[in-house]
Ligand binder design. Structure first.
Ligand SMILES: [Fe+2]
Length: 137
């Protein structure tokens, strides 16, 4: 479970960091809408962080500093690029959460399974909001 958790928690920070950067760096005609959209993404993700880490610690997993250090540089050319990049990172995080969910299920860590399922509900909403926005840019 440790490897899957570290992978998912790193993906979490990549997506969260990119959403912050997109929030701060967005410009242009859709500034107000996109500034708010990216804020919605990171505030939703922020609400997951501590319980995610605590659940891992409860399973005996130590959390390395490297989880914070892998936020990618984002392509800022257009608003569409920004939304697309954040969406890609959200989908990577979702894939990694699904892998972690599978391991937690096999190991019968039902507390962790329940927590991840709550996160997945939020991630599905964020994915929908980003995709719907991307379609209109
Ligand atoms: Fe702001």
């Amino acid at each position: 479970m440790k490897d899957q958790f570290i992978t998912a928690f790193t993906s979490y920070h990549k997506a969260n960091g990119a959403a912050h950067l997109a929030h701060w760096n967005v410009t242009g005609m859709f500034f107000f809408q996109l500034h708010g959209l990216f804020e919605r993404v990171y505030t939703t993700l922020d609400s997951h962080e501590d319980s995610f880490a605590e659940q891992a610690r409860g399973a005996g997993i130590e959390i390395p500093a490297s989880v914070f250090n892998q936020v990618p540089e984002v392509n800022w050319e257009t608003s569409k690029d920004l939304v697309s990049e954040v969406l890609d990172l959200i989908q990577d995080y979702k894939d990694d959460l699904e892998d972690l969910h599978g391991v937690c299920n096999r190991e019968k860590n039902l507390g962790f399974v329940n927590l991840i399922e709550g996160f997945m509900t939020d991630i599905n909403t964020l994915e929908f909001l980003l995709k719907a926005t991307l379609d209109e840019l």
